[in-house]
Design a protein around this ligand. Sequence first.
Ligand SMILES: [Zn+2]
Length: 216
Amino acid sequence: MEKIAAGVHRFRNYIYPHLRGMFGELAEGQQPHALMISCSDSRVVPNLITDTRPGELFIERNPGNISPIYDKTAMGGVSASIEYAVAVLQVPNIIVCGHSDCGAMKGILTPKAVKKLAAVAHWLSFGPKLEEVEGIDDPTERLRVLTELNVLMQIENLKTHPSVAKAYKRGDLGLHGWMFEIETGVIRAWNEKAGQFLPWPPDPAKSKPAKSKGNR
Ligand SMILES: [Zn+2]
């Protein structure tokens, strides 16, 4: 714990004094831009990869960034986070963020590895099934496709939550699927039109053709 204790000391004595004003404003409440459902993986840090500060993201983290369907048997912390973020905080966006080299997704690909981990195995049953990527031989590709399928599946699961369904139908809630690549730091987002995950946000220089001035 020494490293963590030293960090707490630095935060309290050197970092917090610079953020006192921000925390003072936040002391009265929060109005986050999004609920982010990401993996518990220590390498995926939502505030770091979005360069956001306290108060800006409402975060739910669990192995495999899973949001089980709204069902009495799967009702728990994740459902409560979703309900609170959407119905009470009225977040305008939900981001489901998968990532490269995800241990949870690897667990689905190798059921033997999680056989003795009863809680993990049960949790992963809310993810996609191994059969869905059986035709893919390349192990890297299998993992990537499964991880992407999982993100899309969890977005569909979100729509079974009454609070989400209501806000989504009203047009008050955006649902976004992301893939974070640890090695490069790149985020790819699900693009419905293209039917694939594309680097996000798009490079403004590439996505918007320069407007021509005048008639020439
Ligand atoms: Zn993961």
